[in-house]
Design a protein around this ligand. Sequence first.
Ligand SMILES: C[S@@+](CC[C@H](N)C(=O)[O-])C[C@H]1O[C@@H](n2cnc3c(N)ncnc32)[C@H](O)[C@@H]1O
Length: 323
Amino acid sequence: MIPKRIEAILACPKCKSSPTIGKTVFCPKCGSSYPIVNDVPIMHVKNKREKIEKEILGTKSAYNLTSFSETISKEKKFLLSSQYNNPDEIRKLPSSVYKMGKKLYPPGPALNRVITEKREPLVDRFKNGLMLNMGSGDNFIHEKFINLDLDLLAGVNVVGNGENLPFLDETFDLIINQAVLEHVKRPKKIVKEMHRVLKRGGYIYIECPFLQEYHAFPLDFQRYTLTGLENLLSDFQRIESGVCAGPSATFGRIFREYCASFSDNPYIHQILKILAGWVIFPIRYLDLYLNKKKYAHVIAMGLYYIGQKAEQGRKERGKCFSS
Ligand SMILES: C[S@@+](CC[C@H](N)C(=O)[O-])C[C@H]1O[C@@H](n2cnc3c(N)ncnc32)[C@H](O)[C@@H]1O
């Protein structure tokens, strides 16, 4: 059974009206129906679902929407999230290699203190409201979150596409969107949808990379400068934005990839990366100092943005001004 709190906010991704819930999710308005797998509604528009399976999830990534039941093992996820940039190669490696990799892998090159200093207070503030983790992967933030992802991964409550969010207008108090915008084909569309499902006065917290190596998760399309990110999110009122992973993180990650790039063999490639990672990771502590510098964003690895949806729509604001 789909939990009541999710049932109440679901919308047909095609026509955005409220569906009825039975053995499937059914939209009486446009006649679309969506399967429910392991109590999770799979809210992909039918013809688009085939495209997503074939072009995005089925081919280039370790994700597997086709079987619906398969979630990637912790070890695979670990190696994938360790910025290996060819998931197809990773899939071919035996699981003993994943397990070994997990034990040997060094700490990451980024110290992301923005999560504790900026994201956590927002979560605390809205934990009694409705919170969406858009493009959650199998990342757990808080039990109150509704996790949406393209794929049926562990912890995902609703499978759907950020380009056509399966939620009613103005539903959420807080939307978190971390490490997703670089992976989407039409970021403007995703931002428009997040804006639609956010309540007026609600908050959005975004993180995305600027100087980071190619990483197909499941695909990789773009990077943003701070100005580019602010421009992309101009539908929101900017509360603050800046560096979440600084110049040293950039240096560490590029160094690791640089060393690994000497070998095309997936085993040696990983070993080089692990060795380089151990050599370079302590440099991350320099970001405690560098992240505060004026020019940190110029060579930052990652950026964050906190914004708010205006309390009033444009038309209503116009009315206020004229009255
Ligand atoms: C790099 S992972 C980040 C996962 C998680 N947010 C985190 O910070 O660990 C990117 C996630 O975005 C999801 N994703 C990519 N395109 C998406 C889309 N159009 N709609 C919803 N999720 C999407 C992927 O399936 C993947 O789980």
